[in-house]
Design a binder for this molecule. Structure first.
Ligand code: FES
Length: 330
């Protein structure tokens, strides 16, 4: 029995082996220089990143074996960031392993919340540890660490530029203005009211001059759905009714929730449906939202016909098209 108790006795910790930096001042000074070099390299990496971003033109390429034809600016940014992050991490680890206090501590398990006395003891220990880390006594490490950390904070700020400019009111302006003809998409054919039967839907765009080009952004903002009902089916006030023509009503095709294309029309119910999150708009009530996450109706384009009998816009959209947060960007 006494032999069994011997077997499960706590063997305790092996004898603590001190590091050379604890006993040899020269080793400590060498480790300090190594840490400083790593922090210095980190700062150099960040400077490389910033230099590459600002001064290297984005159309310069270099040939690198294995990688082949490589974009020099991207290479500089990538290598700079890698060097900055790797060296700052390696420097911190090396500092902790060679120069920070090397004590073995046994923590007993306690209740989840420590006693107040233990908590204040902990705070005292942390403060002592911070003092023992010797930042005050090691100005070289302090300076290079400050430079490395300070510069590394600059790179994310710099890269924010790549998010591009704020859209301001660009997104609230479309190509529609008074007198712009509605043309088929695709086909660019001007539309007359008689081209649409009752119950029909058509996607249209604003007419552009011959040879002119539409950007994708313009197509996204300008797309309009035309729907033809019987005039008596509308449930609109006099102003909104005057924006329709012989039962034809026009709405932005871009969902006012997150900007998907509102592409489904239920002829029986006269509902427009956005396939992304199922926002449902009632065509008879000026695209009022009757279901789903969208917070506002689809913007309506007031239409009429010109002297030649073609459908034209009476004015630009009554409000910005697309998700509501576009409006808040200006
Ligand atoms: S984008 Fe249309 S419902 Fe979300």
């Amino acid at each position: 029995m006494s032999n069994e108790i011997e077997l499960i006795k706590d063997p305790g910790l092996p004898a603590h082996v001190h590091r050379s930096t604890d006993t040899d001042p020269k080793a400590a000074a060498r480790a300090e220089r190594q840490v400083a070099i790593l922090f210095g390299l980190s700062a150099l990496g960040t400077i490389t990143l910033i230099y590459s971003y600002i001064f290297i033109k984005d159309d310069v390429f270099v040939f690198i074996p294995i990688l082949g034809q490589t974009h020099l600016q991207q290479l500089g940014i990538g290598l700079g960031m890698a060097l900055a992050l790797f060296c700052i991490g390696a420097g911190l680890i090396h500092w902790a392993k060679t120069l920070m206090p090397d004590e073995e501590v046994i923590a007993q398990r306690h209740e989840f919340r420590s006693e107040d006395e233990d908590r204040s003891e902990f705070i005292k220990t942390v403060k002592e540890g911070a003092a023992a880390a010797g930042l005050g006594r090691r100005p070289l490490i302090k300076t290079t660490l400050g430079a490395a950390l300070g510069l590394s904070a600059l790179s994310p700020i710099l890269l924010l530029r790549d998010l591009g400019p704020l859209p301001k009111d660009d997104l609230s302006k479309t190509s529609w203005k008074a007198g712009t003809r509605l043309v088929t998409d695709p086909g660019d054919r001007p539309l007359r009211p008689e081209d649409l039967e009752v119950g029909a839907v058509a996607q249209t765009l604003p007419e552009i001059e011959a040879g002119a080009h539409r950007s994708l952004a313009d197509i996204g903002k300008d797309a309009v759905l035309l729907i033809r009902l019987r005039p008596e089916e509308f449930n609109l006030d006099a102003e909104r009714l005057s924006w329709t023509h012989e039962g034809i009503i026009a709405f932005s095709k871009i969902c006012s929730h997150m900007g998907c294309a509102v592409a489904l029309y239920e002829q029986q119910t006269k509902h427009l449906l956005c396939p992304c999150h199922q926002s449902t708009f009632d065509v008879t009530r000026a695209a009022k939202v009757i279901f789903g996450p969208s917070a506002r109706p689809l913007p309506q384009l007031a239409i009429t016909v010109d002297a030649d009998g073609y459908l034209v816009a009476q004015a630009p959209f009554n409000e910005p098209v697309g998700p509501s947060f576009w409006e808040r960007s200006s």
